[in-house]
Design a protein around this ligand. Structure first.
Ligand code: NAD
Ligand code: UDP
Length: 312
């Protein structure tokens, strides 16, 4: 198949391109290079089955493909809050443009949605049936509400136009190739630990997240896309083992052998207190569960970060 990956030069997108190429597909990666980078896809540029197009998904795209993975959208709070209007436009207008393309071509389209649709959840773990607790006007709203509106659009295109949709709700995912200055917690802690800078814990460090290794996540996305047409989701994809940010910092220090100190900084506004996926649906419907424990995944990520951090 010839597959379009929007956000294909980003962290997850570039890993997805690798996986689709190794499965024998042709890949068209579309990206405006806001948080993505050509270095993420440099190893594929000479591959005749790979093509890169610099394009902003808030503008219509006319290409001929057999399936779409819609990943375009900055994912780190630092980056998505820097240009909030562009963030919500990317989610909403990007979804409309890509759904329009899927509708015209009669092809399946997968949306990279997020655990952020649950906001600061009142239930834990979060099942797909939970409607969330989201601030509609806060600093995170451009991302959270953008992704929620994109989910609405996906389901309306499905109901109204019979577009074959798949909606994955992705929980915090990490791994090699994350941008060193991405601003997310795993990349910050590893960069800080390797370079000997202080590790920045926001708030008390007691808030929790559940971290999924990138290869596991990509496998879940591909499995979801490969399901029969009546499986639309939403389906949580994540590793259900929950850690506090203090525990994560201790693990990163231990695995890097770092002498970094911890410093406490203010908690960003609307920062969710807990996040843990209920992955029952993914197990039952896709036969999928995350396989990589945090220490093994962090070791692979540290190995990728080390030369890049030392070269800074
Ligand atoms: P990332 O920032 O590395 O990748 C996003 C990519 O989208 C970048 O390459 C960026 O340049 C591109 N992009 C942004 N706006 C665009 C636009 N208007 N037009 C074209 N390209 C654009 O982040 P990521 O972690 O790889 O996330 C990929 C997707 O997965 C995002 O949609 C994100 O919301 C979703 N997601 C990721 C996580 C995670 O933990 N990594 C969790 C939940 C959801
Ligand atoms: N965080 C932190 N130190 C950092 C970066 C993030 O303590 O240097 C915290 C942040 O406040 C949040 C958690 O780590 O509670 C995860 O943040 P991230 O930006 O990775 O993703 P989020 O899940 O909040 O979108």
């Amino acid at each position: 198949m010839r597959i379009l990956v929007t956000g294909g030069a980003g962290f997850l997108g570039s890993h997805l391109c690798d996986r689709l190429l190794s499965d024998g597909h042709e890949v068209l990666a579309v990206d405006n290079l806001y948080t993505g980078s050509k270095s993420n896809i440099a190893h594929n540029l000479q591959n005749p089955n790979f093509e890169f197009m610099r394009h902003d998904v808030t503008f219509p795209l006319f290409v001929e493909v057999d399936a779409i993975y819609n990943l375009a959208c900055p994912a780190s709070p630092v980056h998505y809050q820097k240009f909030p209007t562009q963030t919500i436009k990317t989610s909403v207008i990007g979804a409309i443009n890509m759904l329009g393309l899927a509708k015209r071509l009669g092809i399946p389209i997968l949306q990279a949605s997020t655990s952020e649709v649950y906001g600061d959840p009142n239930v834990s773990p979060q099942p797909e049936s939970y409607w969330g607790n989201v601030n509609p006007i806060g600093l995170r709203s451009c991302y959270d509400e953008g992704k929620r509106a994109a989910e609405s659009l996906f389901f309306d295109y499905h109901r109204e136009y019979k577009v074959a949709i798949r909606v994955a709700r992705i929980f915090n995912t990490y791994g090699p190739r994350m941008n060193l200055h991405d601003g997310r917690v795993v990349s910050n802690f590893i960069r800080q630990a390797i370079s000997g800078e202080a590790i920045t814990l926001y708030g008390t460090g007691e808030q929790t997240r559940s971290f999924c290794y990138v290869d596991d996540l990509i496998d879940g996305l591909v499995k979801l896309m490969s399901t029969a047409g009546d499986i639309v989701g939403p389906i949580n994809l994540g590793n259900p083992v929950e850690f506090t940010m203090k525990e994560l910092a201790a693990k990163v220090i231990d695995l890097t052998g770092s002498k970094s100190d911890l410093v406490y900084e203010p908690l960003p506004s609307d920062d969710p207190q807990q996040r843990k996926p209920d992955t029952t649906k993914a197990a039952e419907i896709l036969g999928w569960a995350a396989q990589t424990d945090l220490s093994s995944g962090l070791l692979k990520t540290i190995a990728d970060f080390k030369p890049r951090v030392l070269a800074l």
